[in-house]
Design a protein around this ligand. Structure first.
Ligand SMILES: [Zn+2]
Length: 141
């Protein structure tokens, strides 16, 4: 697979990431979740189920892992600069994750689409994450 490499992170550099996607980011349509948390951040997620994502964290004590809604996903937020970087879900030792398109550096995405995962039952939501989020994820504290 020809891969496209991108990077990003929070504002202060405590949380960074590198990701590889099968298609250029210009072909990705960030998913703007309509839950009250994502609305307040203006967040929109991007991911590639066949790609990979590496998230090194400089100071783990300055990483907030926030849960809201059904509580099945963890939102990774820098406690120093306040940027929402990614969302992840762990099952049986495997981490699934998507990044907040706002935290990607120098990225030009396709048009955003509004999504409403909060309307889905928890199991359907988790199935969806496993289908579309990065499934090859490392979070390195
Ligand atoms: Zn930061």
């Amino acid at each position: 697979m020809k891969t496209h490499q991108s990077s990003g992170g929070c504002h202060c550099g405590n949380i960074s990431f590198a990701m590889e996607t099968g298609n250029p980011l210009s072909t990705h349509n960030p998913r703007a979740c309509d839950c009250t948390f994502c609305l307040k951040h203006g967040a929109a997620c991007v991911s590639d189920n066949l790609g990979n994502l590496d998230i090194p964290i400089r100071e783990n004590n300055d990483l907030a892992r926030y849960r809201q809604g059904s509580g099945h996903a963890e939102l990774l937020i820098c406690q120093i600069c306040g940027v929402l970087v990614a969302v992840c879900h762990s099952v049986q030792g495997r981490i699934y994750a998507a990044v907040n398109s706002r935290s990607v550096d120098n990225a030009h995405f396709g048009g955003e689409v509004t999504v409403s995962p909060q309307r889905l039952p928890a199991n359907d939501k988790i199935d969806r994450w496993q289908d579309i989020w990065f499934a090859d994820v490392r979070i390195r504290a």
